[in-house]
Ligand binder design. Structure first.
Ligand SMILES: [Zn+2]
Length: 456
């Protein structure tokens, strides 16, 4: 329910502020503006253009060989994930993504063909960063100057209730938008690609109990950023509409009570899963304990939970997503521990999150961040794999490999009830964060907004 007092305050504070340049909500953020690549038979060179200098943290991973370059405090300009095939003797491809929205971390992954060395060469006070493999990788193209293709002509509220509102952005032509939510203070950020803010783009304030203030700013040469100061977390979706070209940003109060989450502790019964760093430590027991703890925490938050197993029973793989599909679950979380093969036993540590369907990718990222923030093991990444439990689940579904049970550090922790409770908390945080952004609770308010030309 919405606090009446909060609504009145929101009504007072509600207005649209346009600032000339840069987002006041992220004064020190670095923008990763461009990635270009070049290659010769002897080498590969990547060129990154940044709004200011930042030195990446580099992590080398094996099986498959790859290099991770993490840029702290950095956002991708368009917020879009890039995947560039290189098909070079030294490197298969390069991927660029927004690894974390809060704090902002951009991640570049170089998929290598072996354990090759690399070199970093910053130029222009770090605003240009070359990453080289091999020798003489050629000269990547300089980026064309950013040119806005369209203008944001007008913004307005259209349609509102206590629980939902729609914000209309009128454009000279349609464009891509990337939205993400941040906390402390709660706000929704929407970046419009290729856009310039027209001087006339102002909107009247309106009280819908969800938003305190909206700001619009020219974030970079060709990105307009809208910031909605929120009274609390919301669900949102951005709808694209033709003739006239506009984006409709729907906001809704989230309701997590009564949502349905399936918790799937891996293995069980005749299938013990992997074995641990000490004799008798078995995956099936560890993940059952973590799952039971997560279920109890979720139920305490008013979420309905079904477990695929709540004791030491064998459940066939196909039956696990089937349980979730039959029940109409909102989320599916499978819990596992990892282990290395015998010849490399104990050599790897950290958390991985696997997904398969496109609707699960964002969930996997939220889950990895939330889990790693609690458990504190290295966040090894999110990976798309055809595992049965995530492949056949019809709702957002992830498989969390909490840690390496054969690793002395990870396994020693997973052997304790305290750390299992911490793992359960991480899983619950990830599930709750993603439930809060599911658009299922949005009222169908957009039809009212769509046909109406805002006045004023
Ligand atoms: Zn397992």
């Amino acid at each position: 329910m919405i606090d009446r007092c909060g609504r009145a305050l929101a009504a007072l504070a509600m207005l649209l502020v346009t600032t000339p340049r840069a987002a006041a909500d992220e004064p020190s953020v670095v923008v990763l503006e461009n990635l270009t690549t070049a290659q010769t038979t002897k080498g590969v060179t990547l060129r990154l253009d940044l709004s200011s200098g930042v030195t990446p943290t580099v992590t080398r991973l094996s099986e498959p060989d790859r290099l991770l370059f993490d840029f702290a405090g950095t956002r991708l300009k368009t917020g879009q994930t890039l995947h560039v095939p290189l098909n070079h003797p030294l490197a298969k491809s390069v991927r660029l993504g927004q690894f974390s929205d809060e704090p902002p971390i951009a991640r570049l992954v170089l998929d290598l063909t072996g354990r090759h060395t690399y070199r970093l060469a910053p130029q222009a006070e770090g605003k240009i960063l070359f990453i080289g493999l091999g020798e003489g990788g050629g000269k990547p193209a300089e980026p064309a100057p950013a040119q806005p293709r369209l203008t944001v002509n007008r913004t307005s509220w259209a349609g509102e209730s206590d629980r939902a509102a729609a914000f209309v952005v009128e454009l000279s032509e349609l464009t891509a938008a990337k939205a993400f939510q941040m906390s402390a203070p709660a706000r929704l950020v929407v970046d419009l690609d290729g856009a310039r803010l027209a001087a006339t783009a102002a909107a009247p304030g309106k009280d819908n109990g969800l938003v305190r203030e909206v700001r619009a700013a020219q974030f970079s040469d060709d990105v307009v950023r809208l910031v909605f100061e929120l009274t609390g977390p919301v669900a949102w979706q951005v709808l694209r509409r033709l003739s006239p070209s506009r984006l409709v940003i729907q906001l809704g109060r989230t309701e997590t009570r009564g949502r349905k989450v399936v918790i799937d502790p891996g293995h069980g019964g005749k299938d013990p899963g992997c074995s641990g760093c000490r004799p008798g430590l078995r995956e099936k027991d560890v993940v059952l304990d973590i799952g039971l703890r997560a279920a109890e925490l979720l139920r305490g938050k008013g979420v309905e939970v079904q477990m695929t197993r709540s004791d030491d029973t064998f459940i066939p793989l196909e039956e696990r997503p089937a349980i979730a599909n039959r029940w109409g679950a909102d989320l599916f979380v499978s819990i596992h521990c990892n282990a290395m093969p015998d010849d490399k036993k104990g050599q790897r540590s950290g958390t991985e999150v696997y997904y398969y369907t496109p609707q699960s990718e964002a969930f996997s990222e939220v889950m990895l961040q939330a889990f790693a923030a609690q458990a504190g093991l290295p966040a090894r990444g999110t990976f798309q794999r055809k595992f049965v439990v995530v492949r056949y689940s019809q709702m957002p579904a992830v498989l969390v490999e909490t840690g390496y049970l054969d690793h002395a550090g990870d396994g020693g922790k997973l052997d304790t009830p305290e750390f299992r409770q911490t793992c359960a908390l991480g899983i619950v945080h990830g599930a709750m964060q993603f439930l809060q952004r599911l658009p299922g609770s949005l009222e169908p308010i957009e039809t009212a907004a769509a046909g109406r030309r805002p006045e004023g």
